[in-house]
Write a protein that binds this ligand. Sequence first.
Ligand SMILES: [Zn+2]
Ligand SMILES: [Zn+2]
Length: 393
Amino acid sequence: MLPIQPNSELHQQMQQWRRDLHAHPETAYEEHRTAAKVAELLREFGLEVHTGLAVTGVVGVLRGRQPGQKSVALRADMDALNLQELNTFDHCSTHPGKMHGCGHDGHTTMLLGAAKHLAENPDFAGTLVFIFQPAEEGRAGAKKMCEEGLFDKFPVDAVYGMHNWPGLDAGYFAVHNGPVMASMAVFDIDIVGQGAHGGMPHLGVDPVPVAAQLISALQSIVARGLNPLDSGVVSVTRMHGGDAYNVIPESIRLSGTCRAFSAEMQDHLEAEMQRRVEHICAAHGANGTLDYRRGYPATINDPEHAQRCAEVTGALVGEAKVKRCEPPSMGAEDFSFMLEQRPGAYIWIGNGSSEGGRGLHNPHYDFNDEILPLGASYWVNLAQACLTPDSSD
Ligand SMILES: [Zn+2]
Ligand SMILES: [Zn+2]
């Protein structure tokens, strides 16, 4: 049975918080209203509250009824996307160009619901740390919190995260034993030739055919260079160069992104790109430079902690509704920075169908309020499973 029941008073409350957050989305490091609301509610529940970590991050601390040395962190993200919402329901965004299109309003709410329930029923031994982080979407709020001493100020044995997952039915979870989300890098390639008259190509070095050859060559990195059982992505997503019909441009810039599930694979992709950029450009008398910038590392669950998540979710919904073999996502997630510091696991909770534009980052997306009690119940049961009196010596 769920500790937080559907249609309970807390479910109604959570729905109100979630819709209020949805109507007032805030993006990276500007989550001031959101953070204030989170801090106010946590204080109201009776937690010890710390604000201002990574600008708008909020941390709540709750001690169990029984003493214990163990400590566990549960993490939610609070930020929205720069995206114009196209929904028309009552709680849609009131901030033009900003939208909770990734469901972080729901993540924040589920963790708040769990905090309220656990504050009223502190049936655990040790310390719970509730992390509400800013700037997950591209601005590495988790990394900034870690750099500002998150786990020095709040030492924990493990850290757990959860993301809603459109395409996975409501009432289901997915728990991965290893990689869940990919690592991400972005790149810019500058191909510098020599501009010339469009009718007199022999007087210049045309970077356009060099760019064309290079784009084809980059596709062979994965198609011909990787073990087919390994995963990697090289996507050229942008080409800029040239302004006229009759001018051969001086330079072309190609940009894009690479994805992989390990640091070694990112190193491999970068080295292979570097070689192609250098030599293909050189072969044509052009000059090529690669600027390869790593973003989020891969999110990789610790198998022992993933097993705990699987047991807790299995007890909530039945083992048949806990997917253990879902392929990982090629999206990236900054919870990876926390997992680099502490062992833990990051799971998916089904948000229902992704059909009809209900996928993440879609202007028609909305978090599914029906799963609020299930997600909050997972946090409650996970906390209790991690912090049993027996486990604390
Ligand atoms: Zn997102
Ligand atoms: Zn997200």
